[in-house]
Design a protein around this ligand. Structure first.
Ligand code: SD4
Length: 347
């Protein structure tokens, strides 16, 4: 678990704490042996649990591997982590007691794949990549996604652990549905004890490799206690994830419905294309959501994370408490507090 001492103030980000690595300079220094081979590479991801996920992605990037392989590897870390209690096996179920997973993956060249409402497969990000590479489609859902996963040889298992089932039965006693802002970090740092009520984790990850290629991945079990069949932003290309190799990538976390309504990640990338910095682009996307919810935005959390193709990073959220992890040749365990619209802390 990352040390809270690793935090930098979000304001440092705006002041340029994460200046872009310069690829040309890095590549030529690396060629002369002055820098490691992956000098220009960088991977970033949402929430504190992004730190170990980034490190798995870095193992790929550091050996000169592709951004696409790196994000697929990195996203599997929280999917495998039962303490995370929501991505992959161990995730909190929907209100019918079913664990349903959403995931997407996108390459800078425009190829993408996704699965939604997938049951019984612990690594939806791997199925998403198979959708991208082995089908003419972008998104497979529900039973069709499961059928495809079976055909591709994925192992099928019960994803509802006894602990998650117990938490669901507790929830059923009141059956109130109110997503709690920043539950991702709250639950992660609690060690995700069984019974924590509102957990919903999403990892959104963006990477640029040493060759300057971009990719992104996003995987989640979505909102705990959602309606059966509900799909969030994470598997929707342009909402929870978007990558354009000419510009950069963006990903989101929080209440997915708000992100879908605003085509959030696509918006961030388009704003960067028009010349906004990653930070300005994330701020504008958050502003749009808040503007459309004048009464309700104080209650919800949405966070955006952006990576420009030169490695520059931006992050912004509605509420305080959104964090993101950054890993590159200089530092493997960077963890930053995102700036936010409201200063109220939910943690
Ligand atoms: C969703 N955006 O399903 C996801 C949930 C999430 O951290 O991000 N949780 O709406």
């Amino acid at each position: 678990m990352p040390s809270r001492r690793n935090f930098l103030k979000g304001s440092m980000l705006a002041a340029g704490a994460l200046a872009a690595p310069r690829f040309a300079a890095a590549a030529s220094a690396a060629a002369k042996g002055a820098l490691p081979a992956a000098a220009g590479a960088r991977v970033i991801s949402t929430w504190d649990f992004g730190v170990p996920a980034n490190q798995a992605a870095w193992a790929v990037l550091a050996s000169g591997g592709k951004a696409l392989d790196a994000v697929e590897q990195g996203a599997q870390v929280p999917e495998s982590d039962l303490n995370n209690h929501s991505v992959g096996k161990g995730g909190y179920p929907d209100r019918d007691g079913k664990v349903t997973l959403d995931a997407s993956i996108m390459d800078g060249d425009g190829r993408c794949g996704a699965v939604a409402c997938l049951e019984r497969i612990a690594h939806p990000i791997r199925v998403a990549r198979r959708v991208m590479e082995a089908t003419p489609h972008v998104l497979l859902v529900g039973d069709g996604a499961l059928q495809f996963a079976r055909e591709q040889g994925f192992h099928e298992e019960n994803l509802l652990t006894p602990e998650a089932e117990q938490a669901w039965r507790e929830w059923l006693k009141t059956a109130k549905y109110k997503p709690v802002a920043n539950s991702e970090n709250l639950d992660y740092h609690r060690g995700m004890l069984p019974g924590g009520k509102h957990n919903h984790d999403t990892i959104g990850m963006l990477a640029v490799d040493a060759h300057g290629h971009l990719a992104g991945a996003c995987t989640t079990s979505g909102m705990a206690w959602k309606m059966h069949g509900r799909v969030g932003d994470s598997p929707i290309i342009g909402a929870g994830l978007y990558v354009d190799g000419e510009v950069g990538g963006a990903t989101s976390t929080g209440v997915g419905e708000e992100v879908i309504r605003n085509a959030g990640s696509f918006l961030v990338v388009e704003l960067m294309r028009q010349g906004r910095s990653p930070q300005e682009a994330c701020e504008e996307a958050v502003r749009r959501i808040v503007k459309k919810k004048p009464d309700g935005a104080k209650e919800i959390q949405v966070g955006f994370l952006a990576l420009r193709r030169d490695g520059a990073v931006g992050a912004h959220a509605i509420q305080r408490g959104f964090t993101y992890a950054v890993c590159d040749a200089q530092r493997r365990d960077g963890l930053y507090a995102s700036p936010s619209v409201y200063s109220t802390s939910f943690s």
